[in-house]
Design a protein around this ligand. Structure first.
Ligand code: SAM
Length: 266
C-alpha cells in the first residue's frame, strides 16, 4: 500500500513510523509512506498556505491551491474513478465520519491512501467537497492539526495489512474486531472479539506483589480458559463500553454469560 500524507509540518512525522510493526512493515515493503510538504506547492515568496476566512471570524484557513496541486502531482484518480482505482483521498476533520476498526479495515484494502492534514481553523471547504472522497474524525474532540490523526490512521491501517503482524490471528481477536471463526490451524479462536473489547492478558510473574493471575489460566483446560476469556471480555465491555453490546455478535452462550454478569438468569 502507498500512503501520502499532506501537511504543512513535515517534520512532525520524523518518529511515529520508525518503531515496531510500522517500521517492519515499511522495511518489508508492505507500505510506502511519503510525507508531502504543502509549502512546496505554493508560488509566492512567503510560501503562503493559509489566508483569512471569507465572511470574517477567527483564525486562518488552509488555502485550496497547494492542496489541489499536491494531489494533482500524485496522479490520483478522479472522484468518480477513485473507488475502482482502490484509492482514497481522506481529509482529517473533526466534522468527519468517526474512525473505527471497521473503517481501518476498509482503508486497509486500498492500494493508495492520501491523508490531508488540516491546521488553524481548518481547510477550505472546496477540498472536502471536490477533492477528498471522505472526511474522517479520530474522535469527538478538537486537535490543533490533522497530523496526530493521520499517524493514528496509518498505524491502525498498517497493522491490518497481510504480513504486518507476525500472527494474523492476533489482529482478528483484538478489541472491536468483528471476525469470528477458525484460526489458521483449524481450531476455533479462543476468543474472537466479535465486536467486544479484548479479554485481559497476563504474563510472568504469576504472583506480582500479591497480585495473582487468575487460577483458570494455569488449568490447561482450553474450554474453561475460553469461557473465562469470553466472560471477562463481556464484563469489561459492559463496564467500559456498553454501547458495543448493542452491535456485537452475541451467541446464546454470550447472552447467558451476560445475564449472569448482570446478576440475572435467563
Ligand atoms: N474549526 C474546526 C472545527 O471546529 O471543527 C477545527 C479545526 S482544528 C483546530 C484544525 C485541524 O485539525 C482540522 O482541519 C483537522 O485537520 C484537524 N483535526 C482537529 N480535530 C480533529 C479530529 N477530531 N479528527 C481528525 N482531525 C482533526
Amino acid at each position: 500500500m502507498k500512503i501520502d500524507i499532506l501537511t504543512i509540518f513535515p517534520e512532525f512525522f520524523q518518529g511515529p513510523f520508525e518503531h515496531g510493526i510500522l517500521s517492519k512493515a515499511r522495511q518489508a515493503g508492505l507500505v510506502r509512506i511519503e510525507i508531502r510538504d504543502l509549502r512546496a506547492f505554493t508560488h509566492d515568496r512567503h510560501r503562503t498556505v493559509d489566508d483569512r476566512p471569507f465572511g470574517g471570524g477567527e483564525g486562518m484557513v488552509l488555502k485550496p491551491e497547494p492542496i489541489f496541486e499536491c494531489i494533482e502531482s500524485l496522479n490520483v484518480a478522479s472522484l468518480s474513478e477513485r473507488a475502482s482505482a482502490q484509492e482514497s483521498v481522506v481529509l482529517l476533520s473533526a466534522q468527519g465520519q468517526r474512525f473505527s476498526q471497521a473503517v481501518a479495515g476498509e482503508l486497509a484494502r486500498l492500494e493508495h491512501m492520501i491523508l490531508i492534514c488540516g491546521r488553524y481553523e481548518g481547510v477550505d471547504e472546496r477540498v472536502g467537497e471536490h477533492l477528498a472522497d471522505r472526511e474522517i474524525s479520530i474522535g469527538d474532540y478538537v486537535l490543533s492539526g490533522g497530523e496526530l490523526g493521520a499517524a493514528i490512521i496509518v498505524d491502525a491501517v498498517t497493522r491490518l495489512l497481510p504480513g504486518a503482524v507476525g500472527n494474523e490471528n492476533s489482529t482478528r481477536q483484538e478489541s472491536f474486531s468483528s471476525a469470528t471463526g477458525l484460526m489458521q490451524n483449524g481450531s476455533m479462536s479462543t476468543c474472537s472479539s466479535g465486536g467486544l473489547l479484548d479479554y485481559p492478558h497476563y504474563t510472568r510473574p504469576a504472583d506480582f506483589r500479591g497480585m495473582v493471575v487468575p487460577e483458570v489460566l494455569f488449568s490447561g483446560n482450553h474450554e474453561e480458559i475460553r469461557r473465562w476469556r469470553r466472560r471477562t471480555a463481556l464484563e469489561k465491555t459492559l463496564r467500559n463500553r456498553p454501547d458495543l453490546l448493542n452491535v456485537a455478535t452475541l451467541s446464546e452462550e454470550d447472552k447467558k454469560l451476560l445475564a449472569q454478569i448482570k446478576g440475572k438468569d435467563i
